[in-house]
Design a protein around this ligand. Sequence first.
Ligand code: GAL
Length: 414
Amino acid sequence: MHIKTALAASVAALSYVTIAHANPQAEVLHWWTSGSEAKSVAVLQQEFAEKGGTWTDMPVAGGGGDAAMTALRARVLSGNAPTAVQLKGPAIQEWYAEGVLADISAVAEAQGWAKVLPESIANHMKCDGTWCAAPVNVHRVDWIWANKVLLDQHSIAMPNTWEEFNAAADKLKAAGVTPLAHGGQSWQDATVFETVVLGIGGPDFFRKALVDLDKDALTSDTMVKVFDQMRKMRGYVDANFSGRDWNLATAMVMNGEAAFQIMGDWAKGEFLAAGKTPGTDFLCGSTPGDGYLYNVDSFAMFKVDGQDKIDGQNLLAELIVGPNFQKVFNMNKGSIPARTDVALNDFDDCAKLSAADMGTTSDAGSLLPSYAHGMALRGAQAGAITDVVTAHFNSDMSSADAVKMRAEGVANSM
Ligand code: GAL
């Protein structure tokens, strides 16, 4: 190369590097709008700002993220994707197949993600061998939360079987206490449903029915029993459950208006944000049965123009998997770190239980992806299942009819 040209090129590269890190930008689409969720995501905003980043917040309210995903589709279709999006499970690979995701492998490799993330989590973050998402945490879905004072008052222990759960709920109901705090939104119905599938059918059945969509499992007598239990659950919720947000259901347990809630450990984030202590004010236990349903939150970066935005994406990816963020965020959020090298000493007992159970279920082959939280199936398939769960919960449909209707719905979604 001619000396002058080489000089010009290196000056350009130099100024490019300086400009490149001058003002990282990120517009971040997420659905973390409850008190504890907002507190958690603020940790990322703060770290991003401390590194010179400018964060444009795009929160889309609605637990479980259905509304956020609708907003995302609209933005991508109009050719104006947000820089970073809360996205998880197979939806990451679905968006990748559309050709709209950015490759963050350079950050992942520089930061050694492969060494600090369990393989099961890392696999969800990869698209054709490249890194296309950054994991935030591991939420466990199959939890039951309880108001300790109410249980003590009524001499009720945390249930270990669904029979024990029903007996406790019947006793509470007879005493005029709402047994189950629930919000009638389809993703919450699906959350309860999948814990019942796991508990009544067991881990292998769960995998066949809700991961492999095995027709025999979906139409089995076990599935009829699952819907029978869902019908019982319907009798344990209060009259105003319809449409209620999940965090308001958590507040009912907190305030002694209801005894139990079945919900992922983002519910614990709400208890902790309200200054409540596990073991004293509230109790946590896995829902009856073996296994562990995981839900890994992550962020994917969308292809955008402009070096400031690309710098913002790289900086975000680096911070998200960084050890400090993984600790502080997850202590607020109720989840546990995705990284395996973050000490849990400062975490609460429910988080420690989650980590221990994740290890044992991983060894036993019963660590399973949550279908209700988009970890197991493509959106259309999960939707076909949830439609029937919700229709059954909100009508007097028989269990046999629900099973039949669902088998048809799933076949059409394939
Ligand atoms: C889940 C998500 C959690 C929590 C919850 C309620 O799908 O993974 O992080 O936000 O929805 O909004």
